[in-house]
Design a protein around this ligand. Structure first.
Ligand code: SF4
Length: 147
């Protein structure tokens, strides 16, 4: 099966701070499935490193006050294109991110506060029928695929 994955979870240094966030369990998953890495923020044309961004009133704003909604939306559409190209029905995405977060995201105040909501890419993928899984649910998901 082809599974879309946030590239930072595979250890790619694509996060806003120029670092990755490797989830070792993904390497196990890779033994039996094809993982398709995406970084929507890079796909949307943003540089790495870049200022952190959060969603405020349905716009994505960088910590430095720049509206980056257009880049976030472009990255979401490129990610969807890859999901369709590789017929992915699942996406394992980085939690809380304004792009990849699903269910819970930062609240826009840049104070590490969380609210219910979805990142721009996670939301678009879910609207197209792709099941989004956060990294904290990875163990359960791997077990589900095995059973
Ligand atoms: Fe990771 Fe997604 Fe942020 Fe890219 S946009 S660094 S894949 S959380």
């Amino acid at each position: 099966m082809n599974i879309l994955v946030s590239a930072c979870l595979l250890g790619v240094n694509c996060r806003y701070n120029g670092e990755g966030k490797l989830q070792e369990d993904l390497l196990k998953l890779q033994e039996h499935h094809h993982l398709i890495p995406i970084c929507p923020e890079q796909l949307g044309g943003l540089p790495t490193p870049r200022p952190a961004s959060e969603i405020q009133n349905q716009r994505v704003m960088s910590k430095t006050g720049i509206d980056v909604t257009e880049q976030f939306e472009a990255g979401a559409f490129e990610s969807l294109k890859l999901a369709k190209l590789y017929q992915c029905t699942y996406a394992i995405l980085k939690e809380r991110s304004p792009s990849c977060g699903y269910g819970t995201i930062y609240d826009g105040s840049f104070t590490d506060s969380l609210i219910d909501g979805n990142g721009i890419t996670a939301n678009l993928l879910a609207e197209h029928g792709i099941t989004v899984i956060g990294e904290s649910k990875l163990t359960e998901f791997i077990k589900l695929l095995r059973d």
